[in-house]
Ligand binder design. Sequence first.
Ligand SMILES: O=c1ccn([C@@H]2O[C@H](COP(=O)(O)O)[C@@H](O)[C@H]2O)c(=O)[nH]1
Length: 282
Amino acid sequence: MTLEPFGARLRRAMDTRGPLCVGIDPHASLLAAWGLDDDPAGLERFCRTVVEALADRVAVLKPQSAFFERFGSRGIAVLERTVADARAAGALVLMDAKRGDIGSTMAAYAATYLDPASPLFSDAVTVSPYLGYGSLRPAVDLARACGTGIFALALTSNPEGAEVQRATGADGSTVAATVLGHLREENAGEQPLGSFGAVVGATLGATVAEAGIDLDTGGPLLAPGIGAQGATPADLPAVFGSALRNVLPSVSRDVLRHGPDAAALRAAADRIADEVRAVVTS
Ligand SMILES: O=c1ccn([C@@H]2O[C@H](COP(=O)(O)O)[C@@H](O)[C@H]2O)c(=O)[nH]1
């Protein structure tokens, strides 16, 4: 099965539903705050609530695989159902698994998340290019063949990321700029939006522009860090400059803390989506 390219589907979802990705991060503390047990049944209730409240209105839902993996096979079963339910309700699903390995193993990761025949099939997956961008080739090729996408870690939202991502190579370019350059090549000619995205934290302020790093890759820019990590929608123009229209801000805890009430979850997501839209279109 080949879908319409991920970038085109994402562009439409962002334009019609608003440019927002809500993360499904079932922290133990959130399960407790929602009155749920820290077990697979609590995990399932949590995810069903989020999907029922948000999958018919936000552009993208992003399950954080780590919070499911910690429950073993029963957690993965919940993850499979969560992805399928969210997609059935109309949201695009970005699996946040940050996979990266040598090419032959990367091919198995790609089949896990990007092949429509897989139980964990998602519209896109986060990947790590830090075994060398070329190691991601199997994921890029499968995504292109199936109409799915990837988001490669370029400039992450955590302060520790700079040590690796801002290091300079022999040609004087930062590692992040090199990753972004590869993504630009993948997206060349793709309209209205490429399918090969980058992760760039909303927390980075003016440091990206100051370093002269070009964020315009022709693909989407996933921007985590709003809310619990301290960034706000008002910070986005300084980070992204002329690439702002392709930014997909991602918020997990700052939406999820409003649950388990579905109306409160919806109101939180709507409020942030409105704030982002106002910033992007101003
Ligand atoms: O650079 C990155 C890449 C990924 N993340 C992930 O996004 C969410 C953020 O959660 P919040 O509760 O909104 O802080 C989480 O799943 C991270 O693993 C990121 O934060 N930064």
